[in-house]
Design a protein around this ligand. Structure first.
Ligand SMILES: [Zn+2]
Length: 442
């Protein structure tokens, strides 16, 4: 649905020199930043430029290294070597090779597959050169480990913290990144699920790196996921708007215009994250209609249960799951939902979503309802359900408000203050508590 964002310029050096003489007299491309993101099996290097970037690459052995020459460029960055030290790269060396060439030498740990491409300017992103380095042996190893986790005894939940690396996702007014909040949350959800006998959770990414949307679905399938939960935070120019919502896939268009726009924004993750045209051309990859219709019905049911659970904790924007063409929800056989946990652009939601204690409360609720839904599925399929009674542990405990209970009594019971409970639960007044509400405890 998105057009190619990468254009590999193939102007000859001579041709470019003429252009340079005419149009950009004295104006070389300025390299303004060089950064990298380490994943377990690959490393991505991103070079920012103020103009379209042309380059040449060389692969060298003994020791393994890759040389990238950026043409008609000056390095307006610190030229100290970047000591990377991850599983793919030792370091990146940067030099002004000659008057018009910036040379990057990437010292590799082992032979790696290099995929180099450019990205055009996209919104606030400048022109970029992306150097993806995959260690195929590690890619295979990671995949094997995922396949080995498939289990007949345990039900498997794959959690997908949205965005990562180059793609920060939505940004709050206080500068909170969506990619950071959802990773922290996903790790907590995993913790709670893994505490439950008979359930296991895995993450599509465990650090600050980007994974294309298609790969996230593949990872879920390799784990043999019974359900898939993608975690995000919403954004709006209107900072008054807040609350959580849940989305499922639609094969026949979106449930409304807002859902469609949201799906477009989340699908644009690949553009921000930087997916080259070659690997992005078949975004609409798997659509097996019959299976998928049943899966979508299951997803809607699961989404409804999640919304019911969230209602006790966080303000909820829509009471029913909405549907649109989310690329990350396209595993044909795995009930998949996308939770927008709140609006990071709303000051209250931003504060809550960054708060450790609130993250625990939210994580516990998501873990609990996911296990409950797996039991519903198990009962339907005639297999034994596991126990889903969540035992409150450590941080993130909640208190269920009983009839006639006052905030003061609750504060005293948990050795905290009324003010702290008001702050933590975003209450308007001390008597703003209803019977049956879940209060987050410090
Ligand atoms: Zn998102």
């Amino acid at each position: 649905m998105y057009k190619a964002c990468s254009v590999i310029r193939t102007i000859s050096v001579g041709g470019l020199l003429i252009v340079a003489n005419v149009s950009f007299a004295h104006e070389f491309l300025r390299i303004t930043d060089i950064r990298y993101w380490s994943a377990p099996d690959h490393t991505r290097i991103v070079v920012d430029g103020n103009q379209p970037i042309t380059y040449k690459t060389m692969v060298l052995k003994d020791p393994h290294r890759i040389v990238v020459d950026i043409e008609n460029a000056t390095a307006a960055v610190n030229r100290d070597p970047r000591e990377v030290g991850d599983s793919v790269i030792h370091r990146i060396r940067i030099s002004q090779f000659n008057q018009k060439t910036v040379r990057l030498v990437i010292d590799l740990v082992k032979e790696s597959q290099a995929h180099v491409f450019t990205l055009n300017k996209h919104l606030d992103k400048p022109y970029r050169l992306v150097i993806d380095l995959d260690r195929n042996d590690l890619v295979e190893k990671e995949k094997k480990e995922r396949l080995n986790q498939r289990s007949k005894e345990k039900r498997i939940i794959v959690l997908d913290p949205g965005h990562g690396g180059e793609d920060v996702g939505a940004i709050g007014f206080r500068g909170t990144y969506e990619k950071t909040v959802v990773l922290a949350l996903a790790k907590k959800v995993k913790e709670y699920i893994d505490q439950q006998k008979g359930y296991r959770a895995f993450l599509t990414r465990e650090g600050d790196y980007f994974i294309p949307l298609r790969k996230r679905v593949e990872i879920a399938r390799e784990y043999g996921a019974d359900i898939f939960v993608s975690l995000h935070t919403d954004a709006n120019f209107n900072k008054e708007i807040r609350g959580a919502s849940v989305y499922c896939l639609s094969l026949k268009g979106s449930s409304d215009e807002a859902a469609k726009l949201l799906a477009e924004r989340e699908n644009a993750s690949d553009l921000f994250g930087g997916v080259s045209y070659a690997s992005n051309k078949d975004l609409n990859f798997i659509l097996i209609d019959l299976v998928q219709t049943q899966t979508i019905n299951d997803s809607l049911k699961f989404g409804g249960m999640v919304l019911n659970t969230l209602e006790g904790i966080q303000s909820v924007k829509f009471k029913q799951p909405k549907q649109a063409g989310f690329a990350v929800l396209r595993a044909p056989e795995i009930p998949s939902i996308l939770i927008e946990t709140g609006f990071i652009t709303n000051p209250t939601d931003e504060r809550l979503l960054s708060n450790e204690s609130f993250q625990h409360t939210l994580a516990r609720a998501i873990a609990s309802v996911s296990c409950q839904y797996l039991d519903v599925l198990a009962r339907r399929n005639g297999t034994t359900a596991q126990s889903t009674e969540m035992v409150p542990r450590g941080k993130g405990n909640v208190h269920l408000v009983k009839p006639h209970e006052t905030l003061w009594q609750i504060a005293r019971k948990y050795n905290t203050t009324v003010d702290e409970l008001i702050e933590l639960n975003n209450l308007a007044r001390p008597d703003d508590i209803k019977t049956g509400r879940h209060l987050t405890l410090p």
